[in-house]
Design a protein around this ligand. Structure first.
Ligand code: IFM
Length: 467
């Protein structure tokens, strides 16, 4: 049976600055934490860096043409803070802003709505040198940067998100260390999480002050779908702990204006949370115009006796350090079923669960799936075509789950495929291909895969063909 999405449903694709732009040293851009990290031997597979990436900085016009061919209604991209405000403080670099203005104009000219993310993990290195996200000042600097970008693009961009997946910035960046800046601490991730929340709140205030009333201000989270291995009390407790550190550390202050009391208890040996100052929670609970949900795979957890095996199994890359401060004794298990090239189990029911959960937790706030997709080992055939039936199946199943969530009452307004093109997949470098468009890295040729043609039809008709 064909499934029809509501009229006006937004069909998009997503990317992020460091993953696609390249031009790392052009037009006044200075290093971000990901430049430093990727240039540190041993941090990224095969020593890959984002120096060139997919050269979107120079090829954005060609890329917007591709988006048009794919019938995209929206393109979600992020701004590189280091390109716009190289030291993370002080005046903006006009050439950096000009790039984003040209990109936005190209999108608008093609009838594609720009959806702008201010921060997708690439903190200016100078701000990390001053302490990074564990320091409060970084949140203040972010608000200043938000105001600069809003001042430059507020007349033409209507959909803004402050942060992408702050969980990764805080817990992978400062806990397990598999992401930049690669710090492996226990207190720093918790402080970072709070200052990211605060950055969202202060940033949202700055955006509101600079943007016209019609603008929408949102945040994109990557909430975890955490399932217990058994219903034994210790496994249910493991589920509760991970839910607190993966989800409620953000949704608590954002939606309810408070950190969960069980999270504060679980982390009591690390901190008394006195870095949360009077008034912070009111700032963070800034009303959201929309909430972005990124989903890939669920997590299956149980209690563990052994911290080391728990940390190794957490599904977020190899590290002997845990990204779960205060809850290190939780084991992560492989959920049964088919997996993507990332080793992530394909389970669309998790997307449905998340959409229903956030419909309940954020009543009245429209939801967008701001990322969903899969990496597979795509290869061109003898004619140079790239067939990726597994990705089509993945998208089909997840869109069907999204459709079911709408039928069950979720106010879901749009879907952004991750990703438009193959790109720099962080610590995995270029080894994982998430794109609907294949990139031949030596030539930078763009080849739409069969999933791109499939998605173009869905985006044009608003209908999901039967599987
Ligand atoms: O590539 C990333 C993206 O930057 C953030 N969300 C998950 C994607 C796949 O790992």
């Amino acid at each position: 049976m064909t499934l029809s999405f509501p009229p006006g449903f937004l069909w998009g694709a997503a990317s992020a600055a460091y993953q696609v732009e390249g031009a790392a040293q052009e037009d006044g851009r200075t290093p971000s934490i990901w430049d430093t990290f990727s240039h540190t031997p041993g941090k990224v597979l095969a020593g890959d860096t984002g120096d060139v990436a997919v050269d979107h900085y120079h090829r954005f016009r060609e890329d917007v043409r591709l988006m048009s061919e794919l019938n995209l209604g929206a393109y979600r991209f992020s701004v590189s803070w280091s390109r716009v405000q190289p030291t993370g403080r002080g005046p903006a670099v006009q050439r950096g802003l000009d790039f984003y203005r040209a990109l936005v104009d190209e999108l608008l000219g093609a009838g594609i709505q720009p959806v702008l993310t201010l921060y997708h993990w690439d903190l200016p290195q100078e701000l990390e040198n001053a302490g990074g996200w564990p320091e409060r000042e970084t949140a203040e600097r972010f608000a200043e940067y938000a105001g600069i970008v809003a001042g430059a693009l507020g007349d033409r961009v209507e959909f803004w998100t402050t942060l992408n997946e702050p969980w990764c910035s805080a817990f992978l960046g400062y806990g397990s260390g598999v992401h930049a800046p690669g710090r492996t601490e226990r207190l720093a991730p918790l402080r970072a999480a709070h200052h990211l929340n605060l950055a969202h709140g202060l940033g949202a205030q700055a955006l509101r002050a600079a943007l016209p009333a019609r603008a929408q201000v949102a945040i994109s989270l990557n909430p975890a779908v955490v399932r217990p291995l058994t219903d034994k009390p210790e496994d249910l407790d493991a589920q509760r702990r991970i839910d607190a550190l993966a989800n409620r550390v953000f949704s608590g202050p954002l939606l309810r204006g408070a950190y969960p009391s069980d999270l504060i208890r679980d982390t009591a040996s690390i901190t008394d949370w006195s870095f949360v100052r009077d008034g912070d929670l009111a700032v963070i609970k800034h009303p959201l115009d929309a909430l972005g949900i990124n989903y890939y795979t669920p997590s299956l957890v149980s209690a563990a006796d052994d911290e080391e095996s728990a940390a190794r199994n957490d599904g977020h890359g190899d590290s002997s350090h845990s990204p779960w401060p205060g809850s290190e004794r939780v084991s992560f298990h492989q959920t049964p079923g088919e997996r993507t090239e990332m080793g992530w189990t394909i389970d669309p029911s998790g997307l449905h669960d998340l959409l229903m959960r956030y419909s309940r937790e954020a009543p009245g706030v429209p939801l967008y799936i701001t990322e969903n997709g899969a990496a597979f080992d795509d290869k061109p055939d003898a004619e140079g075509a790239v067939h990726d039936p597994q990705r089509i199946d993945y998208l089909q199943a997840h869109l069907a789950a999204a459709h079911q969530a709408i039928a069950d009452g979720a106010d879901l307004r749009g879907y952004f495929l991750w990703s438009l093109m193959d790109n720099f997949e962080w610590a995995y470098g270029y080894s994982k291909r998430f794109g609907a468009v294949y990139i031949d890295y030596p030539t930078q040729a763009r080849v739409p895969k069969s999933s791109a043609h499939w998605y173009a039809r869905v985006a044009r008709t608003g209908e999901l063909p039967a599987a």
